[in-house]
Design a protein around this ligand. Structure first.
Ligand code: NAD
Length: 392
């Protein structure tokens, strides 16, 4: 099929476009970011994604994949997938109109017979609004909501292995969407659009709340002088009911926090558990500093931060708590040196400089590159990468 991915140069849109192109579709990634489109057309990935550089080269060469910032490409598509970003604003409010506005901007490009698959994580009720908008403006366009559930860095394998939630209003639309996803052999789970919208928000919030519980447990144990990692290991060893208890760590990034806040806004800010999780997770850098200050005078120290990405082995620093930690330390310490093997940021310095010049080091992101490092200075290792426990 001819497929256009709107937001096709982004973290979700680009891997999806590549996989579709690899499975027999003719794909154009449409994106308003002309710079990203140019990079992609030049064969270069705008971000790290395992296996993507080779696949990009392959599908560009075969002609199955292309990219453009001209909305005219949308008219040629039989299937249009929409994966633009849906961030919350500075008041932590989602913008329920973001997807609708993006579609309305290119309204004259749609035509009857097309299938529009919304894939951004949306505020509940958005799909119904989009359906109504198409019914008014372009009757004959089918609409479905099929959330993306991949984890960044693992997109290429997860797109073709995770079951696909297919949120459609009618059996006809549902059949059409299932046939589309069948082309890369994933199981489809048929639900209503509203069920799929909540499923995606519940999934991310569930993960965020679990991380918050682990982080709260870690702080409790720590206050008691106990190493949470030893407790967690005792709990989870050969005990399936608690096997999924996460370790402590910065829980951040562009999705979990944002989607928990979308759900809070959806429930008229009465989602106490979600807000509590946000306070625990976002408060972790402050707690770390409080603990460090209990035994060190930061004002005379150089502190090193290892890892600025929001999670290990990727280059995405969106909403990373490493930057929050940096900001807090800049106010308290003599100097703060930050490094990351993947993130591109002119404020960062090489790892060797951080290790040479810091009086204390915080491992903020669990990059594989930091495993097995030896430190001459005290190290705060929330992730237990050094194997020395997480008590601080
Ligand atoms: N990043 C993830 O791991 C992940 C996983 C699952 C779901 N999601 C959801 O997927 C959506 C996209 O997230 P992302 O991380 O890919 O964001 P992103 O910012 O990396 O990508 C979005 C892309 O859309 C483009 N864009 C914005 N407005 C546009 C418009 N009007 N027309 C065409 N292109 C436009 C941007 O230039 C950008 O390249 C969000 O709703 C997010 O919550 C993300």
């Amino acid at each position: 099929m001819d497929v256009v991915v709107i937001g096709g140069a982004g973290h979700v849109g680009l891997p999806l476009g590549l996989v579709l192109a690899d499975h027999g579709h003719r794909v154009v990634a449409y994106d308003t970011d002309a710079g990203a489109v140019e990079r992609v057309l030049g064969g270069s990935m705008p971000f790290l994604e395992d296996g993507a550089p080779d696949l990009l080269a392959e599908v560009l060469l075969s002609g199955a994949f292309s990219a453009s910032s001209d909305p005219a490409v949308v008219s040629d598509a039989e299937v249009v997938v929409v994966v633009i970003g849906t961030p919350v604003d500075e008041h932590l409010n989602p913008d329920p109109s973001a997807v609708l506005v993006a579609l309305a901007e290119i309204s004259d490009r749609f035509r009857a017979g097309q299938l529009v698959i919304l894939r951004s994580t949306v505020f509940p009720g958005v799909t119904r609004r989009v359906e109504a908008w198409f019914a008014d403006n372009h009757p004959g366009v089918d609409v479905a909501f099929c959330p993306e559930r991949i984890a960044e860095g693992f997109a290429l394998t997860e797109i073709v292995s995770l079951p696909q939630l297919v949120g459609a209003r009618t059996a006809e639309v549902s059949d059409r969407v299932v046939a589309f996803f069948d082309t890369f052999g994933v199981e489809s789970i048929r639900v209503l659009p509203e069920e799929a919208e909540l499923a995606k928000l519940f999934t991310n919030t569930w993960r965020y709340v679990k991380f918050a519980a682990a982080n709260q447990f870690w702080m409790m144990a720590n206050e008691f002088g106990v190493d949470f990692e030893r407790v967690r290991s005792a709990i989870t060893t050969d005990y399936p009911r608690a096997a999924d208890m996460p370790g402590a760590g910065f829980a951040a990034g562009p999705c979990l926090f944002k989607d928990t806040m979308q759900l809070a806004a959806f429930s008229d800010n009465s989602f106490a558990l979600g807000h509590a999780a946000m306070m625990v997770n976002e408060g972790l850098p402050l707690y770390l500093i409080k603990r460090i200050e209990a035994s060190h005078d930061l004002s005379g120290m150089t502190v090193g931060i290892l890892g600025m990405a929001f999670k290990g082995d990727i280059d995405d620093s969106r909403s990373s708590l490493s930057y929050k930690l940096r900001k807090l330390l800049l106010f308290r310490a003599r100097e703060v040196l930050c490094t990351d093997p993947h993130v591109v940021d002119e404020r960062l310095v090489p790892l060797e400089k951080v290790l040479d010049e810091s009086d204390l080091v915080v491992i903020a992101t669990p990059h594989t590159a930091y495993r097995g490092l030896e430190f001459r200075q005290p190290v705060v290792d929330l992730w237990n990468l050094t194997g020395g426990g997480v008590l601080i």
